[in-house]
Ligand binder design. Structure first.
Ligand SMILES: NC(=O)C1=CN([C@@H]2O[C@H](COP(=O)(O)OP(=O)(O)OC[C@H]3O[C@@H](n4cnc5c(N)ncnc54)[C@H](O)[C@@H]3O)[C@@H](O)[C@H]2O)C=CC1
Ligand SMILES: CCCCCC(=O)/C=C/[C@H]1[C@H](O)CC(=O)[C@@H]1CCCCCCC(=O)O
Length: 257
């Protein structure tokens, strides 16, 4: 899939992995609607991107993905400005075991909500033109992180939802590919404030911080490069791509017969 002229929506686009995804999509000729709950960061990133790529190539839309109304408004604004949606990157996420219901709401429920809303515009069965949806899961979507069981559950949920949607799309002819990216530790703000987000697992904070301090971390650009492969390679559907410092790997899962 060539990206030139394609229209992408990226959630959690104002910083970290979402910002890197946005910049890479723009570098490859796509136009991007940046959705983020952080207005200050979103607006200042928009100013930077205007200088690099031109004002007409991006929209910043202040949007909390927990709100159905705000997502709906963001999609309407994107369609009104760019005319279509070809790519959705569900990337917004938090790690907060204390506020575990909010973690489920943002990391999993919002991915489902945003995906279903995007389908209304992208699904070939209902007049859309198809496209690709890539969800940012985590290695915590493939195996357990003992310091954050709820975060682990949400990311397993994202991997399962992505794979089931890919199968549903193939069966029903939506013309939409669904893939998940599963990075290991990435240098972003999410990990810098981890210790006070572990709630009842805060006794594991010291051990967790030691692991993080000892591990080589991925750069956001390495994650974005792999995500781009899932967007552009039309053979990839229903994939979970693990990305670690020592390389990337497409995961295999048991097959139901
Ligand atoms: N940093 C890491 O080591 C890893 C992160 N991930 C996942 O990558 C994704 C991005 O994380 P990072 O870039 O590291 O985090 P980050 O904290 O640097 O950026 C997250 C962005 O999402 C936005 N956001 C948070 N809640 C939102 C909401 N309700 N509505 C709209 N926007 C919201 C924030 O304002 C922020 O701009 C998350 O889904 C995270 O779980 C996955 C694997 C590893
Ligand atoms: C949330 C960060 C917890 C880090 C502590 C931990 O348990 C690390 C586990 C690593 C293990 O040593 C080998 C790995 O590759 C693990 C990395 C796990 C990826 C964490 C993804 C973090 C995220 O999604 O934010």
């Amino acid at each position: 899939m060539a990206l030139n002229g394609k229209i992408a929506v990226v959630t959690g686009a104002a910083q970290g992995i979402g910002r890197a995804i946005t910049e890479l999509l723009l570098q490859n000729g796509a136009k991007v609607a940046l959705l983020d709950a952080n207005k200050t960061n979103g607006e200042s990133l928009k100013e930077v991107l205007d200088k690099l790529f031109g004002e007409q190539t991006t929209l910043f839309l202040h949007c909390n993905v927990e709100s159905e109304e705000q997502i709906k408004a963001a999609f309407q604004k994107t369609l009104g400005t760019f005319g279509r949606i070809d790519i959705l990157c569900n990337n917004a996420g938090i790690l907060n075991e204390e506020e575990w219901e909010k973690t489920i709401s943002i990391n999993l429920a919002a991915v489902v909500r945003t995906t279903y809303m995007a389908l209304e515009h992208m699904n070939k069965m209902t007049g859309g033109q198809g496209g690709v949806i890539v969800n940012t899961a985590s290695m915590a979507g493939l195996g357990p992180l003992k310091c954050c069981p709820v975060y682990t559950a949400t990311k397993h949920g994202v991997v399962g939802f992505t794979r089931a949607m890919a199968a549903a799309s193939t069966a029903a002819g939506y013309g939409i590919r669904f893939n998940a990216i599963c990075p290991g530790l990435v240098k972003t703000e999410m990990l810098s404030s981890l210790s006070n987000k572990l709630g009842q697992f805060s006794h594991l904070a010291e051990e967790t911080n030691t692991i993080i301090a000892d591990k080589k971390m991925l750069n956001v650009t390495e994650v974005a490069d792999c995500l781009l492969e899932l967007v552009t390679d039309e053979t990839k559907n229903g994939e979970a791509l693990q990305v670690r410092c020592n390389g990337k790997k497409y995961m295999t899962f048991p097959v139901f017969t």
